[in-house]
Design a protein. Structure first.
Length: 54
């Protein structure tokens, strides 16, 4: 099953969304986006707690 992260769901005014069946890829992309766009770091646990299964 695919996992999805949407910045707006986390309260950011940002159109970023990623959906992937590869959890490691999703984590890597979200961590990079969070750092580069929002100047914040997200742990793997934070991301796993934030994604939705779609």
């Amino acid at each position: 099953m695919a996992k999805e992260i949407v910045c707006r769901d986390a309260g950011y005014d940002c159109d970023f969304m990623i959906r992937s069946e590869n959890e490691e890829e999703l984590i890597e992309v979200v961590q990079q986006h969070a750092q580069e766009t929002h100047d914040t770091e997200m742990s793997q646990e934070d991301i796993r707690g934030a994604w939705k299964t779609v």
